[in-house]
Write a protein of this length. Structure first.
Length: 114
């Protein structure tokens, strides 16, 4: 195998946070039963199938999305007191970055989920 010439270079990465689990953030159920997890996941998938910008709008404007606008500040807020136990996420920052890279300037109103 050829040695990757970039293998010794530092690789940038970021980590994003979903409270105790994804169900907690998206559905308000921190300890959902397996049956309900599957049902909720199917409903969620069906709601946003073929609607990537509506999904982006949902994640950016979600009530659990942190309001801090910098990645570093979001982690500071998430690490305070018991914030990590609350239903919250900073995934909205990733979505906003991806939208900027794609030059999306406006999101549709999310009429799929409240």
């Amino acid at each position: 195998m050829a040695k990757d010439e970039n293998s010794s270079r530092e690789k940038p990465y970021r980590v994003f946070f979903f409270s105790s689990n994804l169900d907690h953030v998206l559905f308000g159920n921190a300890n959902n039963e397996r049956y309900n997890k599957v049902r909720d996941a199917k409903d969620f998938s069906n709601d946003f199938y073929g609607e990537p910008l509506k999904l982006a709008s949902y994640l950016v404007n979600h009530a659990c999305a942190v309001s801090e606008k910098s990645y570093r500040d979001s982690w500071t807020a998430l690490s305070e007191k018991d914030s990590s136990l609350k239903a919250c996420t900073n995934i909205n920052l990733l979505v906003e970055d991806l939208l900027r890279q794609a030059k999306v300037t406006a999101l549709p109103e999310n009429d799929i989920r409240p």
